[in-house]
Design a protein around this ligand. Structure first.
Ligand code: ZN
Length: 115
């Protein structure tokens, strides 16, 4: 390998494929080991608008994770006994959506049915 490194001029060690051979690239440039390593490290370019697409965080009350299994069973029992979802959401300080999901078994599906 008698070529000088394309980047820095020291005796080159590699024929670096600008386009990988696997993708049909045929042209090579002579690079030393250091410059070849630098060429292989691809810095990902972030889309400029990535922060705009970040979805807003879900409101804390939406999920029922702060409830215990026992409370979830109580909610289902009280709902079955006629308590409204709004009353239950106030009683357990969770959102109406969380209560809705609990009583319709969209969350806490692992709990047994109320007898
Ligand atoms: Zn070099």
């Amino acid at each position: 390998m008698s070529q000088a490194c394309f980047e820095c001029g020291v005796p080159a060690d590699y024929d670096h494929h600008v386009i990988p051979k696997s993708q049909g690239g045929r042209k090579t440039v002579s690079l030393c080991r250091d410059c070849q390593l630098a060429a292989l490290i691809v810095v990902p370019v972030m889309p400029a608008d990535i922060s705009v697409r970040t979805r807003p965080a879900k409101s804390a009350g939406e999920w029922s994770t702060k409830l215990t299994a026992a409370q979830v069973l109580e909610i289902r029992t009280k709902y079955a006994q006629g308590a409204s979802q709004i009353a239950l959401s106030k009683m357990y300080e969770v959102s109406k959506v969380a209560v809705h999901r609990i009583v319709h078994r969209q969350t806490w599906q692992q709990l047994p049915e109320i007898p």
